[in-house]
Design a protein around this ligand. Structure first.
Ligand SMILES: [Mg+2]
Length: 363
């Protein structure tokens, strides 16, 4: 079996918020690049990447230029292909557009491998469990009013979510009191038994994180995420040491090596990995192993339809972020039962592009 051809397409995917119908901004879209990697025996692997912003055209070209180097290669030899692409790109890595593009190819290769072996990816990667907890994400954002946040939180509970994420670092110039009020109001709306995460998106100083974080300890947050600049490993470590609330982070790191620094510095209690910035399934699983060796759980960032496989595969996989923005790209995605994503036995990623949706989103 050899890679025979490829096709990369730029899409503008609507950023609707289907979980509680609380879009950040009506009509907003996100540019996304999808890849179809085809073998000479008729298997098609799919990959997706994004974060290209206004240079998504360059990201698509990078995917195409790298994919061209996979033609003629054996798709089962993923590490060999990655090494070839790294060499071809010279010093265009280790982060940035090179890694975003590499991720789409790596994901497509794993999809092909699963289909060729007639095994779902989560089993191929370890198969630790066939159901994974998931949390609603993107519906309880900082831009909402307190009333809207409470209403959205109740909607999520009514829909059966057992875990959900909100945000602090509110817009404007909030006082610590304002921040506390918001997270308390969300907790009040959902009751004590729902797991509640809270994302700061790198917007606080370490001392602010310790101050506000210690004032909300009694809210019982499941984690506080990206409390300060993602590569301030020492600052993060101060916050992690000071608070009882677990600190999560890692989605902004590129490749695998920065995770060594982050974990060795004891910067976080929960390791979060973004597949596009990591460079695909291959590095995602390596980071999961690194976290396991340090007795740390690992969680995913966005794209639940793909990341459910890696979290389910790992013994230290904790929960899957259910950020539903890309679900419209597919005919069918894993269902949620009792707050858990249910894996299937469909080979590879188990996903098929919804061609009508793809045509509608094509840029
Ligand atoms: Mg985050």
């Amino acid at each position: 079996m050899k890679i025979a051809s490829f096709e990369a397409t730029t899409l503008n995917v609507p950023e609707d918020e289907p979980l509680a119908n609380m879009p950040e901004e009506k009509g907003r879209t996100r540019p996304v690049v999808i890849l179809r990697l085809r073998t000479d025996n008729g298997i098609e692997g799919l990959g997706v990447t994004f974060y290209g912003g206004k240079v998504t055209g360059s990201l698509r070209v990078a995917v195409e230029e790298l994919a061209a180097f996979t033609v003629g290669e054996d798709p089962m030899r993923i590490e060999a292909i990655i090494a070839k692409l790294r060499a071809a790109a010279d010093s265009a890595g280790p982060g940035g557009i090179f890694t975003l593009a590499l991720s789409a190819i790596d994901v497509a290769l794993w999809d092909i491998k699963g289909k060729a072996l007639d095994q779902p990816l989560w089993k191929l990667l370890g198969g630790h469990r066939d159901r994974v907890p998931t949390y609603a994400s993107g519906a309880l954002r900082r831009g909402l009013t307190d009333d809207q946040a409470q209403q959205a939180a109740r909607t999520l509970v009514e829909k059966g979510f057992r875990e959900m994420k909100t945000q602090m670092a509110l817009p404007g110039n909030p006082t610590p009191e304002d921040e506390m009020r918001r997270v308390r109001m969300v907790r009040e709306a959902i009751g004590p038994d729902i797991k509640l995460m809270c994302d700061i998106n790198q917007r606080w100083r370490p001392e602010q994180a310790i101050d506000i974080g210690s004032r909300v300890e009694d809210v019982g947050l499941f984690w506080l995420e990206d409390v300060t600049t993602a590569d301030d490993y020492q600052g993060l470590a101060r916050v992690t040491a000071a608070l009882n609330t677990p600190i999560a982070g890692g989605e902004y790191l590129w490749g695998i090596a920065p995770f060594r620094q982050m974990i060795e510095a004891r910067s976080v209690d929960i390791v979060m990995v973004d597949i596009a910035r990591a460079g695909g399934v291959t590095p995602w699983m390596k980071i999961a192993g690194m976290a396991e060796a340090f007795n740390l759980p690992i969680v995913s960032h966005v794209m639940p339809e793909i990341l459910v496989h890696v979290v389910a595969a790992c013994p230290n996989g904790l929960t899957v972020e259910y950020m539903p923005r890309m679900l419209a790209l597919y005919e069918e995605t894993p269902p949620i039962e009792n707050g858990e994503l249910v894996l299937s036995d469909k080979p590879g990623l188990g996903l098929k592009f919804d061609e009508k949706a793809i045509a509608a989103f094509t840029a």
